[in-house]
Design a protein around this ligand. Structure first.
Ligand code: PMP
Ligand code: GLN
Length: 414
């Protein structure tokens, strides 16, 4: 194995999806809905598949299917408040993963430092290392929330001095994720301004992973860091059709930003996959066109999805609390982390061999109780993994019936 991959051998997804296949638990692990996406989206896919234009099944433009980059540019021009050029300022990719990969490989050189906020979506670290970069980590920490019943994701905060201390002349990039996986944190304007000011002061790029941009619970609002003064020039923003239309198996993503930054992503993309899936891009383009006509309406999927999910979030928070865990209420996204340590006496942690307790807890639960969650230490650098040992991450984008089943499973166990 090349040295640059050392330490990247394990993937929580590979391990836990295999575990789910073997033990068939109720799976609240990997994030995806267990019920159909919007009907018009799947109807459109069928229409595209059988359309008279047989070329829709052949290769399309490498940097993005023309109809899709046009729709993406139109949508984000509106949201960012500037004209985005569909040819030069948008790239479509194989999932947000490839957009992240192209952004990182296309900009980070050997020895460059990249600031990563913990917990982080686990692929950021190996991608930075593959580029020869040096990840510098800073954890979000849960504030004391005395007197309040439950913490929210807003209670997980960065220490400003610690963040400031990480920036230096070697810093090339910071990777931001808002709404955040796994905490559900929706960064506030004030927090984003602090980050933006440091990026400007140290001439640092911001890669902003905003795949959960439409899943934000009232009264929180998603703010795109690219809209802050002086930030368009230094920001690459990433989105995902998988999250936007609840079709994670489509693996279609995109990145947008200024042309001088996007050329580097295009270069990585053209020499790796060259072009993406045409029918999926066509279907996503048509779906965007439909949503663009009703952005301000409750019918718009970008607005209705959070309404659909908020009751699931609240239901999960209640049953986790009732069973004795302490969940953090997410402001966005479809994951919830919970402190399970009050139940430690009911778990046989010695039956598993993993180093970190959250791995042992989630494996034991999968095998013995029939409920799967994800161990959040997977989202931390080695020195900081102990910070996550008392937590588990559950996904609540599931049929109500399956959330009820999760509640029953936990109650029977307890
Ligand atoms: N970033 C975050 C924060 C995610 O949760 C995910 C989930 N898959 C991705 C990126 C990757 O998205 P995709 O499935 O479109 O590759
Ligand atoms: N984003 C999803 C999650 O966090 C999917 C992860 C994956 O496919 N690797 O569960």
């Amino acid at each position: 194995l090349p040295a640059r991959y050392a330490g990247s051998e394990k993937s929580v997804w590979v391990e836990y999806i295999q575990l789910a296949l073997e033990h068939k638990p109720l799976n609240l692990g990997q994030g995806f809905p267990d019920y159909p996406p919007p009907r018009y989206v799947t109807d459109t896919l069928a229409e595209v598949a059988n359309s008279d234009n047989c070329l829709i099944h052949q290769y399309t433009r490498g940097f993005g299917h023309p109809r899709l980059v046009a729709a993406i540019a139109k949508l984000y021009s509106k949201l960012i408040g500037r004209e985005i050029n569909p040819q030069t300022e948008v790239l479509t990719t194989l999932g947000a993963y490839e957009a992240l990969f192209s952004s990182i490989i296309g900009h980070v050189d050997v020895g460059d430092e990249v600031i990563i906020i913990e917990p982080f979506f686990d692929c950021y670290e190996p991608m930075v290392k593959t580029a020869g970069g040096v990840p510098r980590f800073i954890p979000l920490r849960l504030k004391e929330t005395k007197g309040k019943t439950l913490p929210t994701s807003a209670d997980w905060v960065l220490d400003k001095q610690e963040l400031e201390g990480l920036f230096n002349t070697k810093t090339k990039m910071i990777i931001l994720n808002t709404p955040h996986n796994p905490l559900g944190k929706v960064f506030s304007r004030e927090e984003l301004e602090f980050i933006a000011d440091l990026c400007k002061k140290w001439n640092v790029l911001c890669v902003s992973d905003e795949v959960y941009e439409w899943i934000v619970y009232k009264p929180n609002k998603h703010i795109r860091i690219a809209t802050l003064p002086g930030m368009w020039e230094r920001t690459i923003t990433i989105g995902s059709a998988g999250k936007t239309f609840s079709v994670t198996g489509w693996k279609l993503g995109w990145a947008y930003g200024p042309a001088n930054l996007m050329v580097n992503l295009q270069m990585v993309h053209q020499n790796c996959v060259y072009t993406g899936n045409t029918p999926i891009q066509e279907t996503t383009a048509i779906s965007f066109e439909k949503e663009l006509t009703r952005l301000d309406s409750d019918e718009c999927y970008f607005n209705s999805i959070s309404e659909e999910l908020v009751s699931k979030r609240d239901y999960m928070a209640k049953f986790l609390t009732d069973v004795g865990m302490q969940p953090t209420i997410p402001e966005g996204g479809y994951f919830m982390i919970a402190d399970w340590s009050p139940l430690e006496s009911q778990v046989n942690l010695n039956s598993e061999k993993d180093k970190y307790k959250d791995y042992r807890f989630t494996k034991w639960m999968t095998k013995n109780v029939g409920l799967q969650g994800i161990p959040p230490s997977a989202f931390y650098s080695v020195p900081h993994k102990p910070l996550a040992e008392n937590f588990v991450r559950y996904c609540f984008f599931k049929k109500d019936e399956n959330l009820q089943k999760a509640e029953e499973i936990l109650n029977q166990w307890k």
